[in-house]
Design a protein around this ligand. Structure first.
Ligand code: VGL
Ligand code: ZN
Length: 188
């Protein structure tokens, strides 16, 4: 069942990193990633219906990014700019006016949060946004960092718990507790 959010013009839906490399068959696949797509599409439709803003972040690394194993980083090569793995999931229905946010684009730095180095916080404030609704991948990496930063930036934050999956299958509870501690409302 889809979580019902009563979207309005002061809300932003932030779909985090629903890219091929984070879904089944991708370089850094999160189990259950692809299965989130229909529910996320329903949220996008509901957000538009309620005149909320829709954002989609993407991990968008240059070749030889500092986070890759061959550069001493923790991750296999993933989400290299303009490769199929970096593309949004083919079934994700992103309206043309959804705002794409690229992150972690520098050679020498990683950025897990969609707010990190993007100017997103200021932009949301300029648009009069008060609440940010978050879903996507991965729960224990970029979703967690993004939801925490959204709180730090002063927004009310709702995480759609059934529309996110962690890299570490054991990570869900720990992650949920940390987020609730940070003032994020986690909804089923
Ligand atoms: C992510 C690992 C490395 C994510 C990004 O989007 O959750 N995870 N880079
Ligand atoms: Zn990455």
């Amino acid at each position: 069942m889809t979580t019902h959010i009563d979207y309005g013009p002061q809300d932003a839906l932030l779909v985090v990193d629903m890219q091929n490399d984070f879904c089944e068959g991708g370089a850094l696949a999160v189990s259950g990633g692809s299965a989130l797509v229909p529910g996320i599409n329903a949220q996008i439709a509901a957000a538009r219906q309620g005149d909320a803003l829709v954002f989609a972040s993407r991990d968008w690394h240059p070749v030889d990014h500092a986070s890759f194993e061959h550069r001493g980083g923790p991750w296999p090569v993933h989400c290299v700019q303009d490769t199929p793995g970096a593309a949004f999931h083919p079934d994700l229905v992103l309206p043309d006016d959804a705002i794409r946010v690229s992150k972690a684009t520098a050679f020498d730095a990683d950025a897990y949060s969609a707010f990190d180095g993007t100017g997103l916080g200021g932009y949301l404030r300029d648009r009069g946004i008060r609440r940010v609704v978050v879903c996507g991948l991965a729960m224990d990496v970029c979703v967690q960092a993004t939801a925490k930063d959204a709180r730090t930036e002063g927004f009310e934050v709702v995480l759609l718990g059934s529309l996110t999956e962690p890299v570490d299958p054991q990570g869900r509870e720990r992650c949920q507790e940390a987020l609730e501690q940070a003032g994020v409302e986690v909804r089923a």
